[in-house]
Write a protein that binds this ligand. Structure first.
Ligand code: KG4
Ligand code: ZN
Length: 334
């Protein structure tokens, strides 16, 4: 079966076609980063309007690239939440009206479930159950994924999410928005000069707290008389080392606590090379398997939504093509 996936929860318009037998046929992404950069963050109203501009042309291009006719699509999956309500409404209304006009099934998907399942787009897929470290702009969670739709959140952020901490730190050293990837690139040029806190590293629980780390960066930046490129790189390095140490330590703690031997890392921060390297090193040491989505499927994309749709195909049908989005949908309430 061919499933069209649509993602518009924030500032990326993503579309993809997933073949339940052959896998991913193709995907397209339009990032609004340039549009929001000058405001230092996502402006919800602008995001919704830009999704409207790009979603239909992207679907046309995708169908053309995949040499697929719209009539061949057999179901439409779309992100119904959580996210920005206006942005979610664009994807949902396009998906539901398309499904209605074609007389096919529509499948509302939880955005985080999309991230959780993204490693299954790869050839080497994880099997259930596994621990997921879901680290994105809005979330830092450790989840015991028992099977499709059965998610136990065992660790959560008490304040800033990991991606948010990356973005705020990047902003403090003048890297613009969203700064996670840029900060990580700068950190490659840094060396060990500063020692930043590793919040909750030694606590017994699995929760995260990164706002103190961000404040420590703020004080460090303020202390500098001349914030040279070298100092910026060293701060980026220290920040990345601290945050990844905490993420990795808690992930291993979660595997031990839940008695599991498989872990997946997903969400935008999952694209971080240092985090990946540290988890891979620990997996050899502690004998567990780790799985990652391709770098392009760590951040928001339509492919993970199309895949989630294909896995949810056999769930009970929605009764009609009416819909409502859930900007604050909890993963445990699917
Ligand atoms: O999953 P995502 O695209 O959106 C949400 O659902 O939130 O994640 C975006 C986040 C941003 O905070 C961005 O700065 C961060 O992921 N990010 C990174 C990297 N690439 C993206 N953080 C650290 N290292 C990266 N390479
Ligand atoms: Zn996301």
């Amino acid at each position: 079966m061919l499933i069209l996936g649509i993602e518009t929860s924030c500032d990326e318009t993503g579309v993809a076609i997933y073949d339940s037998k052959k896998g991913l046929l193709g995907h397209k992404l339009y990032s609004q980063v340039k549009l929001h950069t000058k405001y230092g963050g996502v402006v919800p109203e602008l995001a919704s309007r830009d999704h409207i501009n790009y979603i239909i042309p992207l679907i046309h291009d995708l169908l053309k690239d995949c040499k697929t006719n719209i009539q061949e699509i057999e179901a439409v999956a779309y992100t119904a939440g959580p996210g920005l309500s206006g942005a979610l409404l664009v994807g949902s209304s396009v998906a539901e009206s398309l499904a209605c006009s074609l007389g096919i099934k529509s499948i509302p998907i939880h955005h985080l479930e999309g991230h959780l399942l993204a490693p299954m787009l790869e050839e080497n897929k994880p099997e259930f159950p596994f621990i997921a470290l879901l680290v994105s702009g809005g979330h830092s969670q450790l989840i015991h994924v028992k099977k499709l739709g059965e998610y136990k959140i065992i660790g959560d952020t008490l304040d800033d999410a990991a991606g948010e901490a990356f973005d705020k730190t990047a902003q403090l050293i003048g890297l613009g928005y969203p700064g996670g990837a840029a900060l990580s690139k700068l950190a490659e040029k840094g060396t060990k000069r500063y020692n930043l806190p590793r919040p909750l590293l030694h606590s017994n629980g699995l929760d995260f707290s990164f706002s103190g780390l961000k404040t420590a960066v703020l004080y460090l930046v303020k202390k500098q008389k001349n914030l040279t490129e070298k100092i910026k790189a060293d701060i980026a390095y220290a920040f990345e080392q601290s945050i990844t140490d905490v993420l990795v330590k808690k992930t291993i703690q979660a595997l031990k606590q839940e008695g599991l031997k498989r872990v997946i890392i997903s969400g935008g921060v999952g694209a971080n090379t240092t985090l990946r390297k540290k988890i891979i090193a620990e997996s050899k040491e502690n004998k567990f398997d780790c799985y990652f989505p391709d770098l392009s499927f760590c951040t928001d994309n339509g492919a993970m939504i199309a895949l989630a749709g294909s896995l949810r195909l056999n769930m009970p049908n929605k009764e009609n093509y009416s819909f409502s989005v859930k900007p604050r949908w909890k993963l445990t309430e699917i």
